[in-house]
Design a protein around this ligand. Structure first.
Ligand code: NAD
Ligand code: UGA
Length: 489
């Protein structure tokens, strides 16, 4: 017999991360009649979500702190009370991490679903009535089947124990398409909301939540497998565009073409479109790589080797591209970086976020450190502790006194003040497109740097005219200089 819920009054979201936090904040803000409880195992993270200092939230996203300020304590709550909040929820979003498996079957490609499975087991155990379980995490196609079978096993237990509870579940797929740095805007004005499922009643209940602020024609309903696969496919297509333009950028540098001009020329074809065609240091972020590798794994699993190889190349090109940048810097600085001071501007994987997961900066900085460079790393939002974790090296506090002793360990220093960092530097490398780097007065900087000095702009944010009249050697991603080397006929 179908157990009915007519209206969603209590939501529980498991996972207070980059997706769970902002998504639930936007739902709470738009649905004052729904109580939204965001729960997480991580005590430190929850403490930060509840911080009185709204600059101390665990995630930096423009516009997020204002929403949290408005709703927290009213209909938006953050806690570690997982059992209690599952028990009272009508709808549960699973928004936990799904990283690439490091060990066992499928290691290096398949998604590690242990956190998702743990959630399903918790829901199976603690839910108290009919519950709609929504997959918010990005998952391999057919994961809903696994979740459903775990949930259904709890019903069998109830029957076996002759318990008098009437538990039942619907599972929906509702993948998230937000980008970090624009999460709030993306959530408020989504291109689409995708809901996959086989029970129209459950789909309508979820849809009604979004309809509070999203126009009806933006809500796409599909079967559950299409929804799961569409999320992986969207990320694969987006990442493929970046690898494509970065590959053409390398060819531009070799031939004297300019990747910005090529992007503009191809992007004005409405079939191609102008977005996501900026050459850069290679895509980062927690998802592109892991989601493509997951797609590759699925293709291999289903015997589609050629399809797997095709998508794998997108990731391989990205890795090659990051290495290409560090090699190019070594080459330009006379083949050695030993004791050369390089200022790194930006460590986050893109601007307007404090997230460094898979940031191109990690591999590039490691390569430069391995070559003996002394890095002065600046980022307006990334915590130096995070940089230490990513590089596996603690920063040097007093660079002048300590660096010679510690040379073999690799040296980096967190640059609080960019102007000071420029003093005596041999090169500056821009890796994140933060606005504040766009207004740097390079004429003044050139007076502080050691000659011959270099600026490497891997984000193409410097207007080349601002480099005129400086004595800085300037390299921009994807810009070829016509000289005898690149005339091949
Ligand atoms: P995250 O690592 O920031 O957050 C996940 C949180 O889940 C962590 O705080 C972790 O402690 C918590 N958690 C894990 N298992 C738990 C359990 N059993 N009970 C309670 N809490 C638990 O991850 P994220 O970036 O928010 O990504 C979450 C999912 O959303 C992933 O599948 C990701 O692929 C997908 N996604 C991410 C983005 C993004 O921009 N980051 C965008 C779209 C989709
Ligand atoms: C990406 C997708 O854009 C989201 O739709 C998706 O929800 C999310 O992944 C996810 O599933 O996690 P995100 O990784 O937050 O979002 O950020 P993007 O704006 O996509 O940027 C990813 C990387 O590509 C960044 O390193 C960025 O600098 C780089 N990029 C992006 C370029 O190098 N060039 C571009 O033109 C665009």
């Amino acid at each position: 017999m179908e157990i009915r819920i007519n209206e969603i009054k209590n939501i529980c979201c498991i996972g207070a991360g980059y997706v769970g936090g902002p998504t639930m904040a936007v739902i709470a803000d738009n649905c004052p009649n729904i109580q939204v409880e965001v729960v997480d195992l991580n005590k430190e993270r929850i403490k930060k979500w509840n911080s009185n200092n709204f600059n101390d939230l665990p995630i930096y996203e423009p516009g997020l702190s204002e929403i949290v300020k408005r709703c927290r304590g009213k209909n938006l709550h953050f806690s570690n009370f997982i059992k209690e909040n599952i028990e009272k929820a009508d709808m549960i979003f699973i928004s936990v991490n799904t990283p690439t498996k490091e060990k066992g079957l499928g290691a290096g490609k398949a998604s590690n679903l242990k956190w998702v499975e743990a959630c399903a087991r918790q829901v199976a155990k603690y839910s108290s009535r009919h519950t709609i379980v929504v997959e918010k995490s990005t998952l391999p196609v057919r994961t809903a089947e696994v979740i459903k079978s775990i949930l259904d096993s709890s019903q069998e237990e109830i029957l076996n124990n002759n318990e008098n509870k009437k538990k039942s579940f619907d599972v929906l797929s509702n993948p998230e398409f937000l980008s970090e740095g624009t999460a709030i805007k993306d959530l408020l004005y989504p291109d689409r909301v995708l809901i996959g499922g086989d029970n129209q009643r459950a789909i309508n209940l979820l849809s009604n939540i979004y309809l509070k602020w999203v126009p009806k024609d933006k809500i796409i309903e599909t079967n559950i497998w299409s929804s799961e696969l569409a999320k992986l496919t969207a990320n694969a297509f987006l990442a493929q565009r970046i690898s494509s333009i970065n590959s053409i950028g390398a060819l531009c540098e070799a031939t004297g073409a300019d990747v910005r001009e090529v992007s503009r020329a191809i992007g004005s074809d409405s079939r191609i479109g102008s977005k996501f065609l900026d050459a850069g240091p290679g895509f980062g972020g927690s998802c592109f790589k892991k989601d493509i590798l997951n797609l590759v794994y699925l293709c291999e699993y289903f015997g589609l080797k050629e399809v797997a190889d095709y998508w794998h190349e997108v990731v391989k090109l990205n890795t090659w591209h990051q290495k290409r940048i560090s090699k190019l810097i070594v080459k330009k600085l006379f083949g050695t970086l030993t004791n050369k001071k390089i200022v790194i501007l930006g460590f986050a994987f893109k601007n307007n976020t404090n997230d460094t997961r898979e940031s191109a900066a990690i591999q590039i900085c490691k390569d430069l450190i391995d070559e003996g460079a002394i890095l002065f790393i600046h980022d307006p939002k990334v915590d130096p502790k995070q940089i230490s974790l990513d590089l596996g090296i603690s920063p040097i506090k007093n660079i002048n006194q300590e660096y010679k002793n510690d040379f073999n360990k690799g040296i980096w220093h967190f640059a609080e003040n960019i102007s000071e960092a420029f003093i005596g530097s041999d090169a500056v490398l821009i890796l994140t497109e933060w606005d504040q780097y766009k207004d740097i007065n390079w004429f003044e900087v050139s007076k502080l740097m050691r000659k011959p000095s270099w600026v490497f702009d891997a984000r193409s944010i410097i207007n080349p005219t601002s480099m005129k009249n400086t004595n800085i050697n300037f390299w921009r991603i994807g810009e070829g200089l016509l000289n005898e080397d690149n005339i091949f006929f």
